[in-house]
Design a protein around this ligand. Structure first.
Ligand code: COA
Length: 415
């Protein structure tokens, strides 16, 4: 058995403080508006629709950076020099392969399992093959984090191709993180245009402060559990349709329920009359345009224009190609939807509305949308795990018990 290197500070289980300035008579359901810690990673300015990674506006990073550079920025807190970035990118490339045992279990999963479940289980299994598994030092956690970021695309692409009875595509040693991911999924090297767009999608999803999955990750590592467990918890949380699962729902609704521009208005009115939530809209923090949605909206517009002109050389998704003639441009449909929701409800599109249409036009199969989010967000989860552990405090809120007490136990025969 390897040595456990965790250092447990005596005060990490310190007495629970009184609810200080919080109103102890109030229940903060959903932790709405509650700050659970301080962070130096990401700032969401929800009022003004701005997002900053390590202080840099997202738009600057999207316009000038790459996913590798952003992952470095998140993990180390500063932009890399040329040589630092080269070293980091090479480490990611070196770690792209997965152990044979993981490939064996990927092949043994039931074929109808969702890709995000496959990912959750595989990331959990990866820890068993990591030589640093029981080393809890920050250096080892960074090494493990880099492995997780590098291997997630391989796990996803392999799982996708196994499920589709397609030959596996080994990770490239030359392509960028975005390019290689696209290549392994589709079996085709992306054009420069595609790689650029795909890279921007990855950057936009790389971190988003303490959203539900990141919170899960931080809760898990706050018990001084390991980083693999943190990321596994996060993936399980991301899966839900109120979080990462929304983009798959959006594309399915557009393709299978709405289909035509003229159907958008009756569809949305009906949903709202029935008090149903419209996927791809609303956000806990943004009360205006989500800046990521604006970025992906422009990319979506650009690629749907190309699609119209027949300039897109993409991998067709057969299920959708079969109905191509019956379906209008997803971008145009999302525009009608957004306009109506903003004007009538003052509810803005979120990142999922536009990532859905964009990924679809880029030829990414729908079941890979949520896992793609996970691949990108892994950079953020790793960074948050590191930050949590730097100055750890067990995350353990309270739940207000509202049931009866002192009930009399009745023997089973007498109930
Ligand atoms: N469609 C219709 N109405 C919506 C809505 C949506 N997508 N999002 C919010 N609203 C309405 C709510 O019904 C609520 O109305 P009410 O005050 O009349 O009850 C109000 O706006 C506030 O919404 P609430 O659900 O309290 O906000 P929240 O912070 O708890 O929820 C989400 C945020 C993201 C969970 C929610 O907007 C949602 O479910 N969106 C759809 C799923 C989605 O796209 N998720 C991806 C998020 S990035």
């Amino acid at each position: 058995m390897k040595k456990d290197t965790r250092k447990i500070k005596e005060d990490y289980v310190a007495d629970e403080p009184l609810l200080c300035s919080l109103d102890s008579s109030k229940t903060y359901k959903g932790l709405v508006g509650i700050y659970v810690d301080e962070s130096l990673i990401t700032f969401i300015d929800g009022e003004n629709g701005k997002l900053y990674y390590r202080g840099y506006p997202l738009i600057e990073l999207v316009n000038n950076s790459t996913f590798e550079e952003v992952a470095y920025l998140l993990i180390y807190g500063n932009l890399p020099t040329v040589s630092e970035l080269e070293k980091f990118s090479n480490e990611l490339i070196k770690e792209r392969n997965i152990p044979d045992s993981i490939l064996t279990i990927l092949k043994s999963y039931p074929r109808n399992t969702t890709r995000i479940e496959l990912l959750r289980t595989s990331v959990s299994a990866l820890s068993l093959y990591d030589a640093d598994d029981y080393d809890y030092s920050e250096e080892a956690n960074i090494r493990k984090g880099i492995r997780i970021i590098a291997k997630i695309p391989t796990i996803l692409a392999f799982a996708h191709r196994i499920q589709g009875n397609l030959p596996l595509v080994e990770p490239s040693k030359e392509l960028s993180h975005a390019g290689n991911y696209y290549y392994m999924m589709t079996g085709k090297k992306p054009s420069k245009d595609f790689e650029r767009a795909f890279d921007k999608v990855l950057i936009c999803h790389a971190d988003h402060s303490i959203n539900s999955s990141t919170f899960s990750c931080r809760v898990t590592v706050s018990t001084l559990s390991d980083i693999y467990s943190g990321i596994t918890s996060a993936i399980g949380t991301l899966r839900g349709p109120l979080h990462g699962g929304a983009n798959e729902r959006v594309v399915n609704i557009l393709l299978e329920e709405i289909k035509r521009k003229e159907n958008v208005m009756p569809w949305v009115k009906n949903k709202l009359e029935n008090k149903e939530m419209i996927m791809g809209f609303g956000h806990r923090v943004y009360k205006t345009w989500d800046p990521r949605a604006l970025i992906l909206r422009e990319l979506s517009r650009e690629f749907w224009e190309k699609e119209k002109k027949g300039e897109i050389d993409k991998i067709p998704d057969q299920a959708h190609e079969d109905h191509r003639e019956d379906i209008d441009s997803l971008f145009e449909m999302t525009e009608i939807l957004a306009d109506y929701m903003i004007k009538t409800k003052n509810i803005y599109p979120n990142v999922d509305l536009y990532s859905a249409g964009l990924l679809h036009v880029l030829g990414i199969p729908t079941p890979l949308f949520t896992p793609l989010f996970a691949a990108s967000r892994s950079a953020g989860w790793v960074t948050h795990a590191l930050e949590q552990l730097k100055n750890n405090k067990l995350i353990r809120p309270r739940l207000r018990y509202i049931g009866e007490i002192n009930k009399k136990y009745v023997n089973i025969e007498e109930r």
